[in-house]
Ligand binder design. Structure first.
Ligand code: GDD
Ligand code: MG
Length: 360
């Protein structure tokens, strides 16, 4: 049996204007809490037992996912009193694992959307005989990630988390946030204190001569740490660019959940999702966006690459581009909001009060 640990704790504040009461992994992407996609992909790869390691707003996970049987999984939940960091969180759930000392345990960062072939990562681990195997991906700007140079055989040479100087940027290969640990390696992480697997465990293992193996691929990969990335990920799930067995409907230009109401001449494109009970008014155009449950987009509004929180209302003819509107907020008619603007949950913006373009 393969088992896994899913890391869903830490500070997790970056979607906060949208989700004051909802941890990031529970914000819907393509119609279901984001975490559902990761759980369903792990299940499809043969994982049966998953421990959720969390440290904040933990009380929302268990009521929704329960024992995991609806997904064919056995799920357990462990909550840290204080965030223990990635390594501390892994160590903290070790007692829940059932694998023997030499067996592989999968570990996933909880904010990654990817087409990773999970079985291939386990196979790489087993054929290379590594202590830890890491999924690596190539990015244009690696500075926000863990840099992982490898030799010609894929063996990891160094692990450089969030490099600070140009000299440290030695590769465009980064840690993609999925690992296979030999079970006994997990038990060597110090217990009861914060540990960063990236800053402490991996560098120490390398210094001690351990075998860390990288598997580089070019499959779909996105860190959903920012609201803009989250919107992109949701649209890519709807479009089918990001594979997930948990999307509730057919892949295509749009996903309209049951009980949503869309005016016949409204235009939904680019992987837009419209949540349950949401309303899209006449002539509205919504592209590459997520309209969460119960939100209302009034007639003539033009929404692009934006997230509209649950129960929020967007006034007639208002333009949103790259905007995040929090749950229950009201943006009046004839506004124009662009480029990363974030409207706090429940905020009220009167008609015609913000625009970016000239007054003519
Ligand atoms: N339980 C628990 N406790 N989970 C945590 C904690 C903690 O104290 N701290 C972080 N996590 C979880 C987060 O919820 C997330 O799923 C994952 O660990 C990674 O933490 P982030 O805060 O998202 O880190 P990052 O995105 O800056 O960097 C990480 O991911 C990159 C890929 O997206 C690192 O692993 C980098 O090396 C990597 O390149
Ligand atoms: Mg992250």
């Amino acid at each position: 049996m393969t088992e896994a640990i899913l890391l869903v704790g830490g500070k997790g504040t970056r979607l906060r204007p949208l989700t004051v009461h909802t941890p990031k992994p529970m914000v819907p992407a393509a119609g279901v809490p984001f975490l559902t996609h990761q759980l369903a992909r792990a299940r499809a790869a043969g994982v049966e037992h998953i421990v959720l390691a969390t440290s904040y707003l933990a009380e929302v996970f268990e009521p929704y996912f329960g024992d995991g049987s609806a997904l064919g999984l056995h799920l357990e939940y462990v909550t840290e009193e204080e965030p223990l960091g990635t390594g501390g969180a892994i160590r903290n759930v070790a007692s829940r694992l059932r694998s023997g000392p030499d067996e592989p345990v999968l570990i996933f960062n909880g904010d990654i959307l990817t087409g990773l072939d999970i079985r291939a990562l386990v196979d790489t681990h087993e054929t290379s005989g590594a202590d830890v195997s890491l999924h690596l991906t190539r990015v244009d700007d690696p500075r926000a990630f863990g840099l992982v140079p490898t030799d010609a055989t894929g063996r990891v040479q160094a692990f450089l988390e969030k490099p600070q100087t140009p000299e440290e940027i030695v590769t465009d290969q980064i840690n993609a946030g999925a690992y296979v640990f030999r079970r006994s390696v997990i038990d060597t992480i110090p217990e009861g204190r914060p540990v960063s697997v990236e800053r402490e465990t991996f560098p120490q293992l390398l210094a001690a001569g351990a075998h860390l193996q990288g598997m580089v691929d070019s499959t779909y990969w996105l860190d959903l740490g920012t609201p803009q990335a989250f919107v992109r990920g949701s649209a890519d799930l709807v479009l089918g660019r990001a594979p997930s067995p948990a999307v509730p409907g057919r892949r295509g230009d749009r996903l309209v959940l049951p009980t949503a109401e869309v005016a016949p001449d409204a235009k939904l494109t680019g992987g837009t999702v419209v949540g349950a009970g949401a309303v899209i008014g006449a002539g509205a155009r919504v592209t590459g966006s997520a309209v969460l449950d119960g939100a209302v987009v009034e007639p003539g509004a033009v929404v692009t690459d934006s997230l509209i929180g649950a129960g929020a209302r967007i006034g007639a003819r208002t333009v949103l581009a790259g905007a995040v509107v929090g749950d229950g907020a009201r943006v009046g008619a004839d506004n124009e909001l662009r480029d990363g603007v974030r409207v706090w949950c429940g905020a009220q913006l009167p008609d015609g009060s913000v625009r970016f373009s000239s007054d003519q």
